[in-house]
Design a protein around this ligand. Structure first.
Ligand code: ADP
Length: 409
């Protein structure tokens, strides 16, 4: 492997998994891709791919995130992408919630880590593991700059009408309660890629981006600037997701607490881990959900119908928010791969200017592609997201600004 001039290690740390990638920020190429799953369980799964080469260590338990990262680095060595040999210049960390203090890409400091810990109740699935990832990576690679790239950054300047909850404004101000939005790295990257794919300036496009993975969110983007997004103070709001309900009457929470006697932690667990498609259908993976629907399973059917219905409502809402929509983009695991979801989300919208080409939609692909019918006023695209590359590039921008500042100073 010929090493690029510079490489960024991007770490995305989850509660029981850790993903890392080595990215050349200049060419955009991914040199190596590693995943460690089932951290803390009896048998872990760990694998790294470097081009055609794969190194795996499945079976032995991996006790914690530090052991997971060390295992990933050992596997990188084995697969021929040793960290010493790739001109590593920075470590980028996917960070979810930094509240109102941290949103732009920022060097990881004790202060930043403390803030993310403090905000853990707002992103219980994401902030604690993300902090763990930062701590162990800084411990193992202390001499490199570590940079946190926040999911909220892209949405920081949402118009006030979209960012504000209609609750008592003093309470909202005191507790920094606003709509922050998440998956921003993906929405920004994908909307830029859509303009590049169509070979038109980003500023000329009104877009709806549908990021449909385990977490799911929609955004309305006018000329490259987000004007609304479906997630709010926390990543619970908006679309129906793998294990989260999305929009729900706040009264349900009061009722569960007062009448059903659930504790705050129990409600938290219900909303973050036992709701959404999983809560309704006992299934998180759409491939299996479709199989069950085909075999006549009514529970799976309802879970799917609720998911699609909410998605259609957001598409309709954002068509109205934008007034005139040039592009709708599908991205992430479900959005990139599930033709049925795309079809059902947009069927019958010809009157609103959105028409899919059934054949193009049903043809699988791994690259950016158009799936709308010739002549559909709104172009529909599938664009693979690449949050790691976006994070790597944000890291380089931080480092380059630091160098400029030193030079000017
Ligand atoms: P996240 O990053 O939020 O964990 P992803 O974007 O990786 O999620 O999406 C994961 C989900 O994508 C899976 O749970 C599964 O439902 C869905 N998915 C992945 N591949 C396919 C496929 N070929 N067909 C349908 N759904 C798929």
């Amino acid at each position: 492997m010929t090493a690029p001039a510079r490489t960024v290690l991007v770490v995305n740390s989850g509660s029981s998994s850790l993903k890392c990638q080595l990215i050349d920020p200049d060419s955009g190429a991914s040199l190596a891709d590693g995943t460690v799953e089932r951290i803390g369980e009896d048998a872990a799964l760990a694998g790294v791919t470097v081009g055609e080469r794969e190194a795996r260590r499945d079976g032995p338990a991996i006790a914690d995130h530090e052991a997971a990262l060390r295992t990933a680095f050992d596997l990188l060595d084995e697969a021929g992408a040793s960290l010493d040999a790739v001109n590593l210049v920075a470590v980028g960390h996917r960070a979810v919630h930094g509240g109102s203090s941290f949103y732009a890409p920022t060097p990881v400091t004790e202060e930043l880590i403390a803030k993310m810990r403090e905000l853990a109740p707002l992103a219980p699935l994401h902030n604690p593991p993300s902090v763990l990832g930062m701590e162990v990576a800084r411990k193992i690679l202390p001499d490199l700059p570590h940079i946190a790239v926040f999911d909220t950054g892209f949405f920081h300047d949402l118009p006030a009408a979209a960012a504000t909850y209609a609750i008592d404004r003093n309470t909202a101000q005191k507790w920094h309660i606003r709509r922050y939005g998440f998956h921003g790295t993906s929405h920004q990257y994908v909307s830029e890629q859509a303009a590049a794919f169509l070979d038109v300036p980003l500023e000329s496009l009104n877009q709806i981006v549908l990021h449909l993975g385990n977490g799911a969110s929609a955004s309305a983007i006018a000329g490259g600037r987000p004007v609304d997004t479906s997630m709010g103070l926390t990543p619970l709001e908006g679309l129906v997701m793998g294990t989260r309900p999305g929009d729900i009457d706040a009264g349900v929470i009061l009722y569960l607490a007062r009448t059903a006697g659930l504790s705050v932690d129990e409600i938290d667990e219900l909303l973050n881990r036992r709701s959404g498609v999983f809560g309704l259908g006992g299934e998180i993976d759409f491939r299996e959900l479709h199989e069950r629907i085909e075999s006549g399973d009514a529970t799976a059917r309802l879970a799917y119908d609720v998911y699609i219905y909410r998605l259609r409502k957001y598409v309709g809402a954002y068509l109205a928010v934008l007034g005139n929509t040039d592009v709708i983009v599908f991205t992430a695991g479900v959005g990139e791969n599930d033709a049925k979801v795309r079809r059902d989300a947009l069927s019958g919208l010809a009157g609103l200017g959105v028409e899919l080409d059934e054949h193009l939609n049903a043809s699988p692909g791994k690259t950016a592609r158009r799936i709308s019918a010739e002549g559909s006023p709104t172009t529909v695209l599938v664009i693979p997201t690449n949050e790691e590359l976006a994070i790597a590039r944000d890291c380089m921008a931080v480092l380059e600004r630091g160098i400029e500042r030193r030079e000017i100073g």
